[in-house]
Design a protein around this ligand. Structure first.
Ligand code: GLY
Ligand code: MN
Ligand code: MN
Length: 498
């Protein structure tokens, strides 16, 4: 490959912001977004080309999940014979000016490949005799000859070393090719194509005349439903995510006094620190909601005060490096002891959660745990005189929902709300099977401005959320290490802070 012809210039002049020219027929190097390049002398250009060690890794082991990703691709292949399937990882997204959000590969891509690098694309090419050949398209290592590695915004000198295509093949168990050739290859391809939309606009643009919304949606739905039942590897990852989350909750309890002197952000930061020190991330924005903020379901601003006497609703989940996330909520008394009314509401939610968890077993309808929990909550609301009974009337009209607000749970996996585009008949109207993992998370929320409840209730929000695996004979609470009863929560807090 011919190198970039760097500008002929007098290096004694002021540096210029002009980029090196690109030889005809070559893709231009994508410039760093601010484009402020100093001039490059021939000597510097020549120097940058050489003197670098060969770092190719020859002894890479396949990823632990490689056998699982192969099985998942085989199931995908069987579902769409004869179609070319395109599953992109997605691209970096600008946060501001020339900074990007941290990259998170699309769930579909990571599930099928084990890879998580930006711009990657899995292509399943149909074979004449049936089945597909899976190929991973990746950005290769940066070229040093043409200066790409230090002059391009995606050059390895800026963003870090990538796997070579050969290394990627060893690690992921798939043939790997240069992704920069893919759009042209796809433009020239014949036959039906399906792409997972929403991740890579450039690739979609190259496919506009080959794909249909309906076919693409079928692919997306299949990939969502494929994840309803987790394999052994996934269950292990989910348990690891939950275990780390438990440690994060313990960390938060230990610093509640410091949070009282600052804000909910101290709690968010403490939980995030646990995720990071263990090499992980969080699977969604931590909800650190103290006092009346607990009544806002997705309170992620986390900029409010943490006051003694208030409740803290902490909804947080560590996401493993393999992208499996926990989703756990505890509602804790900031000063370590529930007030009588806080305890009354908490124990009602606990009772609802117990009823919900008891309804999680293979063969049960997905809706059963929701119905069981809602019945308990409706009964409590009637008992407390907040809504007129009988309970059957309340449930039929859904009147309890003014205070229960959300569904009692959801599938959990690589996405916190996993399998979100599965069809109603396989998910919400479906039947639980061993290997499914879901949350059970009833709550009661009395808004600060809710004039229909006595004043003392206003501003109280309680949710208890655990992660449950459906087993062959019932269920396993993956987050059982965190205490749930009001007494156990108080004792646990006393132990951690005492
Ligand atoms: N953390 C969001 C949820 O519980 O669904
Ligand atoms: Mn949840
Ligand atoms: Mn949650």
């Amino acid at each position: 490959m011919g190198g970039v012809q760097f500008e002929e210039e007098d290096v004694t002049e002021e540096p210029t912001s002009e980029a090196p020219e690109t030889p005809e027929g070559e893709e231009p190097i994508k410039q760093r977004k601010n484009g402020l390049y100093p001039g490059v002398s021939d000597e510097l250009a020549a120097s940058m080309k050489s003197g670098w060690a060969d770092t190719e890794q020859h002894d890479l082991e396949p990823l632990a999940q490689a056998p699982h990703t192969a099985r998942r691709r085989a199931a995908l292949s069987a579902r769409f014979p004869g179609d070319r399937l395109v599953i992109p990882a997605g691209n970096l997204r600008t946060r501001s000016n020339d900074t990007d959000y941290s990259f998170r590969a699309s769930t579909e891509y990571a599930y099928l490949t084990g890879d998580q690098t930006e711009d990657g694309v899995l292509v399943m090419e149909p074979e004449a005799g049936g089945g597909h050949t899976a190929t991973l398209y990746l950005l290769p290592r940066s070229d040093r000859e043409n200066g790409e590695f230090w002059l391009d915004g995606q050059g390895e000198l800026w963003v870090g070393r990538r796997l070579s295509l050969t290394e990627a093949e060893k690690r992921l168990g798939l043939p790997a090719r240069d992704v920069r050739k893919l759009a042209d290859e796809l433009r020239g391809a014949t036959g039906p194509v399906r792409v997972v939309r929403g991740h890579d606009a450039g690739l979609e643009a190259a496919l506009t005349d080959k794909v249909t919304g309906e076919r693409d949606e079928e692919l997306r739905v299949f990939l969502s439903e494929q994840r309803l039942v987790k394999d052994e590897f996934e269950i292990g990852q989910l348990q690891a995510a939950v275990d780390s989350t438990v440690r994060g909750f313990e960390d938060v309890v230990k610093v509640l006094d410091k949070a009282r002197a600052t804000s909910e952000r101290y709690i968010e930061g403490t939980f995030f620190l646990r995720a990071r020190v263990e090499g992980n991330d969080v699977g969604y924005g931590t909800i650190a909601a103290a006092g009346p903020h607990a009544t806002t379901l997705h309170w992620v601003r986390n900029d409010g005060p943490v006051r003694s006497g208030d409740l803290l609703l902490l909804d947080a989940g560590v996401e493993t490096t393999t992208l499996y996330t926990a989703d756990v909520t505890r509602t804790l008394p900031v000063n370590g002891t529930y007030s009588p009314l806080q305890r009354k509401v908490y124990e009602a939610v606990y009772e609802a959660q117990e009823a919900g968890i008891a309804a999680v077993r293979p063969g049960a309808k997905y809706r059963d745990f929701h119905d069981a929990a809602q019945r308990v909550l409706a009964t409590k609301l009637v008992e407390w005189g907040l809504v007129e009974g009988p309970v059957e009337r309340v449930l039929e009209l859904g009147l309890q929902r003014r205070w229960t607000l959300h569904g009692t749970g959801h599938m959990l996996g690589m996405d916190v709300h996993d399998c979100a585009v599965a069809r109603t008949e396989t998910y919400v109207d479906g039947t639980l099977e061993p290997g499914m993992c879901l949350t059970v998370e009833p709550g009661l929320y009395f808004q600060p401005d809710d004039l229909t409840v006595p004043e003392e209730y206003r501003g109280i929000g309680v949710r208890i959320e655990d992660d449950i695996l459906v087993t062959e004979d019932g269920n396993r609470v993956l987050s059982a290490a965190l205490p749930r009863t009001a007494d156990d929560v108080e004792a646990w807090m006393a132990r951690l802070t005492g």
